[in-house]
Design a protein around this ligand. Structure first.
Ligand code: GDP
Ligand code: MG
Length: 371
């Protein structure tokens, strides 16, 4: 059964462990004697020896989605910061807006003001935090939604007042609508003499984004990202929408969330920026992240400061994983190290098997193509 190692399985089938290891190698699975094996791998061995594995209905602990199920007791929920993505056409001012927010609203870290890029950060207005995803908006939507991770609560669509609605503006609207995420329109570059906010509003009306002044329910804010005009108003509007949305989370549980970005660092090993969605993430937590696992060894906040714990909607950068996960992967904290390791290894093995299957399929396809 699941979690057995090759030593144990070799006894069941009365075979040499080395023979089983060879068979697995031939099927493209690397395993050593003492490694806990996944259900799929054990089934593979059983089939090799002509044994039909019996069907078992068990909760698959390596399936990370189950830890995200929305069955939180209402009484345990408290309000949490909104997670905001900025989207819009190229050159309409997304980066300028993010930089403006970062430079004027984020308190510098103690590490001599070295603000490293961790893919997400928090801004405070009237003592209330707002989390911004600093990844290209489309990426945040497509990669993460493709993996079933909806992490954005509010979308800011930036439209340059001198340029109006452009193809990527429409794309952004469609993304946000498909994800059912409320939209706030930031009409940018209103400092320019040729700025024409009315035209932008007119154009957006055709896409169902109608300003309140015209009887609609879309919030429009006219800003200049470059000259820091009306940015506070934009932040206040975000809080207003967040309030309407009643965003909540349970901070008293084992943490779960999503990978914003990850990389392999020569000195530190795997480093991942995580967005905590439920629970509180703590130093030392046994954790499964995508197909990797480990213990949270270090944790930095968006200012590069070492922190010991992080609650819902907080972005953090962690180390301590055995491998780098991918943006959009889910993470789950486990009760104990052993369960985390087993789930992590199982996921890695499954990924290996999947990869092998894809390779096989590709080779067969090539074969047929060449016939
Ligand atoms: P992105 O492609 O959407 O990230 O756009 P950028 O932030 O890179 O901005 C594109 C150009 O527009 C840059 O040259 C910015 O300096 C300029 N820009 C951005 N916001 C403003 C603004 O509010 N007013 C003016 N005049 N220029 C702006
Ligand atoms: Mg940009």
């Amino acid at each position: 059964t699941e979690g057995m190692n090759i030593q144990e399985i070799s006894k069941i089938f009365h075979r040499d462990a080395s023979e089983i290891i060879k068979k697995l190698l031939l099927s493209g699975v690397m395993a050593n004697q003492n490694q806990a094996l996944s259900k799929e791998v054990i089934e593979l061995i059983a089939l090799e020896y002509g044994v039909e594995p019996e069907e078992k209905v068990v909760v698959d602990k390596a399936d990370l989605e189950i830890y995200f199920e929305d069955n939180e007791d209402e009484e345990l929920l408290t309000s949490r910061p909104p997670v905001v993505t900025i989207m819009g056409h190229v050159d309409h001012g997304k980066t300028t807006l993010l930089d403006q927010l970062r430079h004027t609203r984020v308190t510098e870290g103690e590490a001599g003001g070295i603000t490293q890029h961790i893919g997400a950060y928090q801004v405070e207005i009237e003592g209330k935090p707002i989390t911004f995803l600093d990844t290209p908006g489309h990426e945040a939507f497509t990669t993460m939604r493709a993996r079933g991770a909806d992490i954005t609560d509010i979308t800011i669509i930036v439209v340059a007042a001198n340029d109006g609605v452009m193809p990527q503006t429409i794309e952004a609207i469609n993304h946000a609508k498909a994800a059912n995420v409320p939209i706030i329109v930031a009409i940018n570059k209103v400092d320019l003499p040729e700025a024409n906010p009315d035209r932008v509003m007119q154009e957006l009306s055709e896409y169902g984004l109608i300003p309140e002044a015209w009887g609609g329910d879309t919030i429009f804010v006219q800003i200049s990202a470059k000259y820091n005009q009306n940015i506070d108003e934009l932040l206040e509007m975000i809080l207003l929408v967040a309030e309407v949305e009643e965003l909540t989370a349970n901070s008293n549980r084992l943490a779960v969330g999503t990978v914003i970005e990850a990389r392999l660092d020569k000195a530190q090993g795997a480093t991942a920026t995580l967005l905590v969605q439920q629970g509180t993430l703590r130093i030392g937590d046994p954790i499964v992240v995508g197909n990797s696992y480990g213990k949270v060894r270090t944790m930095l906040n968006d200012n590069g400061r070492r922190i010991r714990s992080a609650g819902p909607a907080t972005p953090v950068e962690i180390t301590g994983l055995n491998d780098a996960p991918q943006a959009g992967d889910l993470f789950v904290v486990f009760e104990d190290e052993k369960s985390a390791r087993m789930a992590g290894e199982e996921r890695a093995q499954r990924a290996q098997l999947e990869q092998r299957d894809t390779k096989k399929k590709v080779t067969l396809d090539n074969l047929f193509e060449s016939l």
